[in-house]
Design a protein around this ligand. Structure first.
Ligand SMILES: [Zn+2]
Length: 117
């Protein structure tokens, strides 16, 4: 059930970004990270332990974040990254969603220094 849910979000986010590449998604238990991405294999790893913590809007945002790395072929959060992100969200929306994620991680005692790769 969880897999179907995130798969749907992945497809929606891929379309929103106009990303043609096929992307793999793995649900994986992680200690500190919400998600990570491999540019080489175009695989997103989503923290299995946090699926119940975040609503669909937040999971969508997290998946979208990783997809932008694939689209820009870069792990940096530079100008290209934000150009893509800000084509879909306002700065206020980005701040709101990210603050919400960080708050939920802190509530669970998770170190938030590197919450998203
Ligand atoms: Zn990132």
């Amino acid at each position: 059930m969880n897999k179907k849910r995130v798969w749907k979000l992945l497809e929606q986010a891929r379309k929103a970004l106009g990303l043609e590449d096929s992307v793999k998604l793995i649900l994986y238990p992680m200690k500190y990270k919400v998600a990570s991405v491999s540019l080489k294999t175009k695989t997103i790893r989503l923290n299995k332990n946090l699926l119940g913590v975040f609503d669909d809007e937040t999971l969508y945002y997290i998946i979208l974040h990783e997809l932008i790395h694939i689209k820009t072929s870069s792990l940096s959060h530079g100008e290209k990254f934000y150009k893509n992100l800000e084509s879909l969200y306002t700065i206020d929306e980005i701040e709101g969603i990210e603050n919400n994620i960080i708050r939920k991680l802190i509530e669970r005692g998770i170190n938030t220094e590197k919450w998203l790769a």
